[in-house]
Ligand binder design. Sequence first.
Ligand code: FE2
Length: 219
Amino acid sequence: MEAILQTRLTRRTVQKLALALPAPLVAAALSDRAAGIVLAQSTTATSSPVLAPTPACADDDDLEATVPQTEGPFYTPDTPQRQSLLEPGMAGTKLVVSGYVYDTACQPIPGALLDFWQADDAGVYDNVGYRLRGHQFADDEGRFVLETVVPGLYTGRTRHIHVKAQAPNQPVLTTQLYFPDELANATDGIFDPALVMDIEDAADGEVAFFTFVLSTSVA
Ligand SMILES: [Fe+2]
């Protein structure tokens, strides 16, 4: 980990750091939802000494901002605030996405808004209610955890999760997250490899990691 911290902190490096950090954090967070991420930090203190540090950038190594993508036709505003989009009986493979929200100067953005929406396991969006839609705010260290299912494929698109990300009092970034090793990535004209999540298999599904980097400016 030290070697990683000392390397040039590119967007990819941050993503790798996120990959190393939240797995126990996620497990702990989801094992006690009431306490959420904050409790997870303390409960994982004994599991690994490398969990705590938030990476810092060298002066000339600003992070590359997460690229924007099209919103698509299925966004619905005013979503419920929740970290878990799972509902009883929901079909699909469980997916936990976690990571950080940073600014381009590599500072975490506490309270950053993340509003997720996606298709269900069959590739269908709920355009009437709020199924598989929800927003949350990054914690004091810029961390987020989303519990959901792996979205299904639908005609013309590779597998993806939509998201709007916004630092407090800053513009909204609309983008999409992708999955590695999807055949349809090669034929989806919107797909961007910079937005591919790191994925690991978990005992009960998949675990994914992504670091958002938002451009911010003084108002
Ligand atoms: Fe979509």
